[in-house]
Write a protein that binds this ligand. Structure first.
Ligand SMILES: NC(=O)c1ccc[n+]([C@@H]2O[C@H](COP(=O)([O-])OP(=O)(O)OC[C@H]3O[C@@H](n4cnc5c(N)ncnc54)[C@H](OP(=O)(O)O)[C@@H]3O)[C@@H](O)[C@H]2O)c1
Length: 247
């Protein structure tokens, strides 16, 4: 029996777990951070909660040995990826990163790319005063000091960090349509959008709406992967890698 650890929290991770579940030679366990109150749970075995840093992950792997690790976490979940790559090297376990492709600027897009949320907050006052903030609930506090701006903050669960003083919280989970996103931006007189370059089609509609409405977008670039780690951008390639490394 081939044992696989999937570091999850994304649609790609759930698709991979579902595909591996079909293979009777493979025993896969999905790991979730446990941050979302009502997560979409993958099929098959699931464990929930942090490991306790890199050493905690190494301990977990000693008691739950696996033949390979697929890190299919969110493109901005840089800490778990760094831990997983480091521990895989230390324990000599093959590891692959599965990351959906980043969004790419299209004709008509007015994007300003920045390295992180701090740079986004610095740039924001030059671009608008009514902000649609869609960076997830972590990191909302990077914008808490911008008291002159108004924010529509959208997240799946309520942020547990300081919110911008002038803000409205909208709890919602994609997928969204471009028509609904445009209507939302129009209703709130949004003049600038802030987003992370998460990629994927579940939340792409806000970018179509911004393009149609001529609204500038502050796009936070993805953190880089740890050097040397192999990466693929779709589930089929991850499955092929698992077969090549384990069977
Ligand atoms: N960041 C985003 O924008 C975003 C968006 C959508 C979904 N997610 C998902 O939410 C989870 C947490 O994201 P994050 O940005 O907080 O990650 P992170 O900053 O890279 O990780 C912080 C800590 O959370 C724990 N952790 C993260 N992912 C885990 C997993 N799959 N299984 C077990 N523990 C995990 C680890 O704790 P220990 O050190 O204790 O092991 C890690 O050190 C990820 O699974 C990610 O795929 C993140």
């Amino acid at each position: 029996m081939v044992r696989i650890l999937i570091l999850g929290g994304t649609g790609e991770a759930r698709s991979l777990a579902a595909a591996l579940h079909e293979d009777s030679d493979i025993d896969a366990v999905s790991s979730l951070a446990g941050r979302i109150r009502d997560p979409r749970v993958p099929v098959g075995d699931v464990r929930i909660g942090g490991f306790g840093g890199a050493d905690g992950l190494a301990d977990w792997l000693r008691t739950h040995p696996v033949d390979a690790i697929v890190d299919a976490t969110h493109p901005f979940a840089a800490q778990i990826t760094a831990n997983a790559v480091e521990v895989a090297g230390r324990c000599d376990i093959p590891i692959l990163v599965l990351r959906r492709p980043a969004w790419v600027r299209r004709t008509g897009d007015d994007w300003r790319e920045v390295a992180d949320l701090g740079e986004a907050a610095q740039l924001l006052p030059e671009l608008g005063s009514r902000v649609f903030l869609t960076v997830g609930r972590q990191g909302v506090d990077s914008f808490a000091r911008l008291g002159a701006l108004w924010f529509l903050v959208r997240a799946i669960d309520p942020p547990d960090v300081e919110m911008p003083q002038r803000s409205t919280l909208l709890l919602a989970r994609g997928p969204f349509t471009a028509a609904a996103e445009a209507a939302l931006m129009h209703e709130h007189r949004i003049d600038v959008l802030v987003t992370k370059n998460s990629g994927g089609d579940q939340t792409y509609a806000k970018l179509e709406a911004a393009r149609a409405l001529g609204i500038p977008v502050i796009m936070v670039r993805r953190p880089q992967l740890p050097p040397g780690v192999g990466a693929v951008d779709d589930v089929a390639d991850a499955l092929a890698w698992i077969v090549s490394r384990t069977k």
